[in-house]
Write a protein that binds this ligand. Structure first.
Ligand code: 6PG
Length: 240
């Protein structure tokens, strides 16, 4: 498993580097462009950067579809919501068609299991098929973070979701403060490009384990259809 590591000087430089990388990918492809966004704190600066010049002007907003790799099962107005973070940092500040935002439903009394099933139906409707074709990935880019325990999206060590091969999205309970909805490996792997964004000295040890392909880490078990990039700042990157 090859992971192309690129170490940037700091989080701000990383945000600009990844913004340019994303825009170039979106511009170089015609038609719909599907991005699965990561949650947590790391990608926020990237999202904010995408709605600043020159990226805002260069991004083909009308044909990008926005998905999430996972979601906390909280209201979309809750500060813990991954949708809320992306909406506040980026989506509310660009000409994004509302129908292009594929939010994971978390309100109206829906259960986590029903939310995962509804999200899966939305994904299948967008993909146009109920089974993955490895030659035709669902996402053009999947952005992922790396948790201190090696989780990614909401695939936590030892969780049953790690072994799910049929469903595209599942509910995860008991692994964090609130239930989560996460894409499973088959869905996350159905991506032309995957990019981990890893920042901060507290991530150095776990990043080294990822780069060493430590199979205990859920993040290391990911086998995407296309190239896997790791964008890290110097604080998280391997010591020279
Ligand atoms: C989430 C994310 C999760 C995150 C990692 C890293 O919903 O929290 O999907 O997988 O990417 O925990 O989070 P930080 O970027 O906050 O360190």
């Amino acid at each position: 498993m090859t992971r192309a590591l690129e170490v940037l000087a700091d989080a701000e430089t990383l945000a600009h580097r990844v913004a340019g990388w994303l825009v170039d990918l979106a511009v170089s492809k015609s038609g719909d462009f599907a991005i699965a966004l990561s949650g947590g704190a790391t990608p926020r600066r990237l999202y904010q950067t995408l709605v600043t010049s020159p990226y805002r002007e260069a991004t083909p907003w009308s044909r990008i579809h926005w998905f999430w790799g996972d979601e906390r099962f909280v209201p979309c107005t809750d500060s813990a919501s991954n949708y809320h973070m992306a909406q506040e940092a980026m989506l509310a500040h660009a000409p994004v068609p509302l129908l292009n935002i594929h939010r994971i439903p978390t309100e109206g009394g829906i259960s986590p299991d029903a939310a995962a099933a509804a999200y899966e139906q939305d994904l299948k409707r967008f993909y146009g098929a109920a089974r993955f074709d490895r030659a035709r990935p669902l996402f053009d880019v999947t952005l992922l973070g790396l948790g201190p325990d090696g989780h990614t999206a909401s695939l936590f060590p030892g969780a049953p979701a790690l072994d799910e091969t049929r469903r595209w999205a599942v509910a995860v309970t008991g692994e964090s403060a609130e239930p989560r909805i996460t894409l499973t490996y088959p869905a996350l792997e159905s991506s032309r490009q995957v990019a981990f964004l890893v920042c901060g000295s507290d991530k150095r040890a776990i990043l080294n384990r990822l780069l060493d392909d430590d199979a205990e880490l859920p993040a290391a078990r990911l086998r995407p259809a296309g190239p896997c990039h790791v964008f890290a700042d110097a604080a998280a990157g391997p010591q020279a």
